[in-house]
Design a protein around this ligand. Structure first.
Ligand SMILES: Nc1ncnc2c1ncn2[C@@H]1O[C@H](COP(=O)(O)OP(=O)(O)OP(=O)(O)O)[C@@H](O)[C@H]1O
Ligand SMILES: [Mg+2]
Length: 329
């Protein structure tokens, strides 16, 4: 990385040389303006470097400092102990950028989150934390990364090129839409009485929902538990897909034993961000894939089930007694 000194070396010296020559040969007004423009650009560039090197300089600003002091104690558990100078920089760098901290701050002010206690899972797209809300209930806080490694690599060649501005912003917007989509899908499924974690709030790249697990660890994934009565679980999940499709008009899209937690003796479906409505051009294809995954799980667990029957059931199951319910506020 080029530091300020290298830059001085590369850019500063020739300028000084030119300057001393210019005393003898006064520049035209156009030349002067040109040089000023160049200098302004260099300063801008240097400021940019400083910003990037001191990624967390912003914390020293009074208004952010106050915010961070307010929430620092509440997020200690999520970051390790101690002040932000010596917490796990990787988690910090990946998850807690300025806008994410501000989003958490806002949700803490509104009571949706009180504390952020410990990381439950680190994925490519998001970190999930155990937290509590103001009522002291446990909540899962899913914080989506606003910049992944691929994006970081690409953006360095684009940012700063005046022809392509605002890409970082656009990328964040896309993440935020994704988070709101997961929140809406959760609400829709929950309203049809389906067993998903209840959504508790969403803001920017942060999604809060019911926490499934104990005080120390999240509930296990369906793929990691041995099930005594696979037929009941299979029927439960088949009904899930049927209600979701026929009533909720929604396809999960990634319905696998990795995205189903075994909680309180029942399967609970998570990770619904990629869920699409039935008018989506790929909805039927996704539905067949979801049902196939369930049938495969059934077969692995000794059930004699086949895709054709399962598909028929999902499309035709009599659900006339299934009604929408009001979600608690
Ligand atoms: N509500 C919850 N309660 C407890 N743990 C949860 C909850 N939601 C997610 N988790 C944990 O976080 C992990 C990742 O969650 P999720 O699948 O929603 O995120 P993801 O970013 O899509 O991750 P992956 O790419 O690994 O699928 C889950 O496997 C589970 O262990
Ligand atoms: Mg997942």
């Amino acid at each position: 990385m080029v530091n300020d000194d290298d830059w001085e070396e590369l850019a500063g010296r020739p300028r000084k040389g030119r300057k001393s020559r210019k005393k003898r040969h006064p520049r035209s007004r156009a030349e002067r303006l040109d040089a000023e423009h160049q200098r302004a650009e260099q300063n801008e560039f240097l400021r940019g470097l400083n910003d990037r090197q001191g990624r967390f300089e912003w914390m020293k600003e009074e208004r952010y400092n106050t915010m961070f002091r307010d929430i620092e104690a509440k997020i200690q558990g999520a970051m390790g102990s101690g002040t932000y100078d010596w917490v796990d920089r990787r988690v910090f760098d990946q998850v807690f950028d300025r806008l994410t901290l501000m989003a958490l701050y806002k949700m803490m002010k509104s009571g949706v989150i009180d504390t952020l206690d410990f990381p439950v899972a680190r994925g490519k797209e998001a970190h999930v934390f155990h937290g509590t809300n103001l009522a002291g209930e446990p909540v899962a806080v899913k914080i989506f990364h606003t910049s992944n490694a691929v994006f970081k690599n690409l953006i360095q060649y684009i940012e700063g090129d005046p022809r392509f501005t605002g890409l970082r912003r656009k990328h964040r917007d896309l993440v935020e839409v994704w988070v709101r989509k997961e929140h809406r899908n959760l609400s829709r499924l929950a309203r049809w009485g389906l067993n998903v974690p209840l959504p508790r709030g969403v803001h920017k790249n942060v999604l809060v929902m019911d926490y499934l697990g104990t005080a120390t660890s999240p509930s296990p994934k369906l793929r990691d538990v041995s099930i005594d009565d696979p037929q009941t679980v299979y029927d439960d999940l088949l009904q899930f897909l049927a209600v979701s499709w026929q009533k909720g008009k929604l396809v999960h899209g990634d319905f696998s034993p990795y995205n189903i937690l075994w909680h309180d003796g029942r399967p609970c479906v998570i990770d619904v961000g990629q869920g699409v409505v039935d008018s989506h051009p790929k909805a039927q294809e996704f539905l067949v894939r979801d049902v196939t995954r369930l049938v495969e799980w059934g077969q692995k667990n000794g059930l004699e089930v086949v895709l054709a029957d399962a598909m028929y059931d999902v499309l035709n199951m009599d659900l006339s007694d299934v009604e929408q319910i009001d979600l608690p506020e």
